[in-house]
Design a protein around this ligand. Structure first.
Ligand SMILES: [Zn+2]
Length: 67
């Protein structure tokens, strides 16, 4: 689980490395957060009802293997 709820704030952490998104959001701002992280290259994916996130660096290295 990569969404950390702490004092009603949301934090995004990469599943593949220790990178944490630099902003935190209030619980009501979930959709804003999802929009912001995707604009910056994070890749959210929902598997079996659980959100997984990949930071831009890890997303690039996964997609860039053939380049
Ligand atoms: Zn990462």
């Amino acid at each position: 689980m990569t969404l950390t709820r702490k004092l009603e704030t949301l934090t995004v952490r990469c599943d593949a490395c220790p990178t944490v998104y630099r902003h935190t959001y209030g619980e009501a701002d979930f959709l804003t957060m999802m929009g912001d992280i995707q604009r910056e290259g994070w890749k959210p994916k929902k598997l079996a009802g659980v959100w997984h996130h990949t930071c831009p660096d890890c997303a690039r290295s996964r997609e860039g293997r053939l380049l």
